[in-house]
Design a protein around this ligand. Structure first.
Ligand SMILES: Cc1cc2nc3c(=O)[nH]c(=O)nc-3n(C[C@H](O)[C@H](O)[C@H](O)COP(=O)(O)O)c2cc1C
Length: 303
C-alpha cells in the first residue's frame, strides 16, 4: 500500500496536495464540489490586517496556457477570518495554512501575534508585497529584504513558518537561503510572474492595474527550474507550485526536490482538480510500486 503522508515542521499532511492561496478562497465554495477531507491542506486567500476591496476590474485576463491577475489581495481581514472561517475549515481533516500579506513588517508581525492564538496549523508569509517603508520594493525581491522580514516575523511567530518566494528575482537561491538562515521552517515557490497584456484595438492594458501576475501551465517550467535550484541549496522542505494541473506535474515537482505541492489556477478550470490529482497520484504510486513519497523527492537524474 502506498503511503502519501509527509511531515513539514512537525505538521503531518495525509498527502502532498495543498490548495494554493488565492485560488481556493476559504474552502467554502469548493466544499460543494469536493471532499475537503481528501486533500493534504488548504492555504487560504492572502489575509491583511484590515479588510481590502482589491483592485478595480478587469482584474483577470486569459493568456496562452495561463491567466494574468491583479486581484489586489481582496480579503475580509485577519480578524474576520479568525471569527468566521476557522470553525468551518476545522470541520475537515485537512491542514490549515494561513497566508498573510502586509505593507510593513510591523503589520505582518501584528497578524502573526493574532494568529498565534488561533486554531490553525501553519503560517505562510507572502513576501511578494511592496514594502511601503522601502520605496515599495517587494520584500521578497532581495536577500536582505527576505532576511529582515523572516527574522522579525520568526521572533513573533509560534506556528511553523513557510516563506513564499516571488519568482521576480535574478537569483532565487540566495533568497531561499536568506529565509532558511533566519528561521523559516519551509519555503514555498513560486508566486506569480509579473506580466502584462495589451488590447491592440484600444491600446490599453487589459488589466485595470496595467500589470498582473502570470500563473497556470505557462509558468510551470520556470517553477520547476526554481524548485530544482533551491532544493540543491537549502535543507528545509520545499513546497512547489506553478502550473500544476495533473498528477504528472506533481511528480515533476517532487523529482525536482519538492516535498509537497500547491495547486492553484487549475482549480478555476476544474474544481475537482485537487482530489483528482490525489487519486491519480495514489494510483500512479501503486502501479509503479512506489511505497513512499521519499522515493520520488529530489530524485531527478540531471545530465
Ligand atoms: C487569482 C489568484 C490570486 C492569488 N492570490 C494569492 C494570495 O493571496 N497570496 C499568495 O501568496 N499567492 C496568491 N496567488 C498565487 C498562487 O497561490 C500561486 O503561487 C500561483 O498562482 C502559481 O501557481 P498556479 O500556477 O498553480 O496558479 C494567487 C494566484 C491567483 C491566480
Amino acid at each position: 500500500m502506498s503511503n502519501m503522508k509527509l511531515n513539514i515542521a512537525g505538521v503531518e499532511f495525509k498527502n502532498p496536495v495543498i490548495a494554493a492561496s488565492g485560488t481556493f478562497g476559504f474552502g467554502r465554495e469548493y466544499a460543494e464540489y469536493i471532499n475537503l477531507n481528501n486533500i493534504g491542506g488548504i492555504s487560504v486567500k492572502g489575509l491583511t490586517l484590515e479588510p481590502r476591496q482589491g483592485n478595480p476590474s478587469p482584474r483577470i485576463a486569459e493568456t496562452p496556457s495561463g491567466i494574468l491577475n491583479s486581484v489586489g489581495l481582496q480579503n475580509p481581514g485577519v480578524h474576520a477570518f479568525v471569527r468566521d472561517e476557522i470553525s468551518f475549515l476545522r470541520k475537515f481533516d485537512t491542514k490549515i495554512i494561513v497566508n498573510i500579506a502586509g505593507n510593513t513588517i510591523e503589520e505582518y508581525c501584528e497578524m502573526v501575534s493574532i494568529l498565534n492564538d488561533a486554531d490553525i496549523d501553519m503560517i505562510e508569509l507572502n513576501v511578494s508585497c511592496p514594502n511601503v517603508k522601502k520605496g515599495c520594493l517587494a520584500f521578497g525581491s532581495t536577500p536582505e529584504g527576505v532576511a529582515e522580514i523572516t527574522k522579525q516575523v520568526r521572533r513573533e511567530c509560534k506556528k511553523p513558518l513557510i516563506v513564499k518566494l516571488t519568482p521576480n528575482v535574478t537569483d532565487i537561491v540566495s533568497i531561499a537561503k536568506a529565509a532558511e538562515n533566519e528561521g523559516a521552517d519551509a519555503v514555498s515557490l513560486i508566486n506569480t510572474l509579473l506580466g502584462m497584456v495589451i488590447d491592440i484595438h484600444t491600446r490599453r492594458p487589459i488589466l485595470h492595474n496595467n500589470m498582473g501576475g502570470l500563473s497556470g501551465p505557462a509558468v510551470k517550467p520556470v517553477a520547476v527550474r526554481m524548485v530544482y535550484q533551491v532544493a540543491k541549496s537549502v535543507n528545509i522542505p520545499i513546497i512547489g507550485m506553478g502550473g500544476i494541473s495533473n498528477h504528472e506535474d506533481v511528480i515533476e515537482f517532487l523529482l525536482a526536490g519538492a516535498t509537497a505541492v500547491m495547486v492553484g489556477t487549475t482549480n478555476f478550470v476544474n474544481p475537482t482538480a485537487c482530489t483528482d490529482i490525489v487519486e491519480n497520484l495514489e494510483s500512479y504510486m501503486r502501479d509503479k510500486h512506489i511505497n513512499q513519497l521519499s522515493e520520488l523527492i529530489g530524485k531527478v537524474v540531471p545530465y
